[in-house]
Structures are given as structure tokens and as C-alpha cells.
Design a protein around this ligand. Sequence first.
Ligand code: SF4
Ligand code: SF4
Length: 96
Amino acid sequence: MATAMPVISTCEVSSCFYNAGKMCHAPAINVGSDHALCDAFMADSKGRHSARKDVGMVGACHIEECKFNDAMTCSASAIVVLGHSGHADCGTYQHR
Ligand code: SF4
Ligand code: SF4
């Protein structure tokens, strides 16, 4: 079982408010819905970006079919997030 939340090592979705320099600065994201998307993605209409310095982490993940999922949390040490069709997907997802 994971002892710490996984960090988001990179995020390619530079349009997101929480993204600065391809790093995520949300306190924690949730992954999931009908597929492994980042639920915290928010494109700011004014093009603003978070001034937080802390690197974002994965709080919860609902994608049970991913081999890194353990009781609705992510057991990977880190994930990458990629852009896909106007939203953000977990790029570390691997089908069990
Ligand atoms: S991981 Fe999600 S919240 Fe963080 S910068 Fe990327 S899209 Fe935004
Ligand atoms: S690697 Fe798997 S378990 Fe971890 S956040 Fe991505 S989809 Fe969820």
C-alpha cells in the first residue's frame, strides 16, 4: 500500500490554471470519472496560473482497472499527465 501520495512529475496541459512550467501546483488532484482524467483541470478564462510552488499530488483515483490502483488510491510513486482532446489524462495508467 502506498504510504505517501504520488507526485505529478510533469503535466503537459499548460492551459490549466494549476500548471506552470509543465508542473502541476494543485494541492491534490482526483483522477477518474469514465476514464483516467484529471478532475482538477481548469482552463482559466483570463489565462491566469497558480502562484503555488508546491508540486501537485494525486489524492484519489477511481480507476480500479489500472494496475497502480489500490483501494481507490494511486500506489505509483509518481504519475505524468498528458493532454487529450481538450482535457487532461493520467499518462501512467496501465490496464491490469
Ligand atoms: S495535473 Fe490536472 S490540475 Fe494539475 S496542472 Fe495538469 S491538468 Fe491541471
Ligand atoms: S497511474 Fe493508475 S491508479 Fe495512478 S492515478 Fe493514474 S490511473 Fe489512477
